[in-house]
Design a protein around this ligand. Structure first.
Ligand SMILES: [Cu+2]
Length: 506
């Protein structure tokens, strides 16, 4: 029914249009073609003027309405040191192009009205005018020179690299489909070497683990930087072209596969300060930017306000594929103290993921940090054992002491824990210990007993060699007689093959 009505309406409308056309034709015949044309000209001229006024008003009102969302204006002035000069370039360019825009639009529509077709009016024939040529060449040339020189000046300031004596935090951002892999240099302040051929599932950046500078590098999930410190971002890409874009800091640089680029900038406003800026109130207590005072969840007026949830962000500004949007990362600008605290919480990628795996070239080396950490942990355990009443607590495993397979030869790394034990023996001169050797149940029981005795003896000899009195030591081999786990699984057997010591007196 509705379809039928709609078709009927369309047919009726068509008939009306045709009839109006006929009426016009008849009127033209009565009044004459020329008269009709003149009326149309006047009408079109008036429309031009009306359009000009509406169009300019719409342009100005919308620019005013949206001004606080523009990146270089209101609450969104740059949050970096160099950003101000770019904002200035935006403003100055907008100023000149704005003037030109308004004048040309006015002239365009005004002329369409003023020089509309009239009875007896003829177009002026003007083949050439030197003065006009000079004016409309010189004015743009002067303005352009001004803009280009200013732009070059800003460019040189923005793109300057870190000087040789300047201090800067260097971080790295590698774009890939579809995320940014961030890398910080760790306590040594230096980023380790990379080689794309070493990229694997567990080594996303192809870090060369034989380069010691890589050992403390860490991969955080957000970009955290201290306010007021110069930062140099090394920008690389792993697959296609990406673009490292920090809109609030006016930082934007292509990430090109095979060609590292960089950007140096100094954040000047912490995330917290920026939030306060967005949530600012006017003198009368009403919000300066009401849109930022709306709740984050429109259905829950109690949810936090938008300005409270604001975060700087890192985006990819290159359409790099279907998951492009997923490259967003949060950026946090914090005080120096908060930054140091955050650095302290970060764990080295190598230590958490690569250490002691097949990919680790330093398997037979113990790092200073590990030596210290293990010594502290060992001392802790001994202190606890000494203060405990229970006999079971007096038995401590030497889990880092190991031997060559099937022999009593200590592995190179065993000495660190044995040295810890020597220190403990020196710190507690009354302490007497029994060293116990244990094996799993594979092989011959008598041979196992023999091996465990030799192994315990080896530890005894080591301690004695370091000056611990023989009267304070004894070595016992228990073979496979005292398992602490099942001998049916490789993991259980590994636990059963162990060296421990028992505090006999203290
Ligand atoms: Cu991308």
């Amino acid at each position: 029914m509705t379809v039928l009505l709609a078709i009927l309406c369309i047919i009726l409308l068509a008939i009306i249009v045709v009839q109006i056309g006929r009426v016009n034709e008849l009127a033209a015949k009565i009044r004459g073609e020329e008269e009709i044309q003149l009326v149309a000209n006047r009408r079109h001229g008036a429309f031009s003027l009306a359009f000009m006024i509406l169009f300019l008003l719409a342009s100005i009102i919308s620019a005013w309405y949206y001004k606080d969302t523009m990146l270089w204006y209101g609450p969104h002035t740059a949050a970096s040191e160099h950003g101000g000069s770019l904002d200035y370039m935006f403003n100055i360019t907008l100023f000149f192009t704005g003037i030109v825009f308004v004048i040309t639009q006015i002239l365009l529509f005004y002329f369409a009205w003023k020089y509309r077709g009239e009875k007896g009016r003829k177009a002026v024939f003007m083949p050439h005018d030197n003065r006009l040529e000079v004016v409309w060449t010189a004015i743009p040339a002067v303005v352009m020179t001004f803009l280009v020189v200013g732009g070059l000046d800003a460019w040189n300031e923005v793109m300057a690299d870190v000087g040789p004596d300047e201090e800067a935090i260097e971080v790295e951002a590698t774009g890939f489909q579809f995320a940014w892999q961030l890398r910080y240099p760790g306590p040594d302040g230096l980023l380790g070497a990379k080689d794309f051929e070493q990229i694997t599932a567990t080594n996303p950046l192809g870090q060369d683990w034989t380069d010691k500078k890589n050992i403390d590098d860490f991969h955080p999930s957000e970009l955290v930087l201290p306010v007021g410190k110069k930062v140099r971002v090394r920008i690389t890409a792993r697959d296609v072209l990406h673009n490292f874009y920090l809109p609030h800091f006016r930082v934007k640089m292509d990430a090109v596969p095979g060609m590292p680029t960089y950007f140096v900038f100094t954040p000047t406003i912490t995330t917290e300060e920026y939030r306060q800026r967005l949530g600012a109130l006017k003198a009368d207590g009403t919000p300066k930017y009401p849109e930022w005072h709306e709740p984050v969840d429109p259905n829950d007026p109690e949810s936090p306000k938008k300005y409270e949830n604001f975060n700087y962000e890192l985006a990819c500004a290159e359409l790099c594929g279907s998951g492009h949007y997923a490259m967003r990362r949060l950026v946090r600008i914090v005080s120096e103290g908060e930054y140091e605290a955050w650095l302290g919480q970060q764990q080295s990628y190598y230590m958490s993921t690569i250490r002691n795996t097949d990919a680790d070239p330093w398997k037979d080396v113990l790092f200073d940090s590990e030596i210290k950490e293990r010594a502290a942990e060992f001392n802790d355990r001994v202190t606890k054992a000494l203060s405990s009443e229970s006999a079971a607590d007096k038995v401590l495993a030497l889990e880092h002491v190991s031997y060559q397979p099937g022999s009593a030869e200590l592995t190179a790394l065993s000495r660190y824990q044995l040295d810890n034990l020597v220190t403990v023996m020196n710190n507690y001169p009354n302490m007497v210990i029994e060293i116990g050797g244990h094996t799993d149940n594979t092989g011959d029981a008598a041979a196992n007993l023999q091996l465990s005795q030799e192994r315990a003896r080896k530890v005894y000899d080591y301690l004695a060699g370091k000056g611990v009195a023989g009267a304070r030591l004894s070595a016992v081999g228990y073979g496979q007689t005292r398992p602490i786990d099942t001998n049916d699984t490789p993991e259980g057997r590994e636990k059963n093959r162990r060296t421990e010591f028992r505090i006999v007196a203290q």
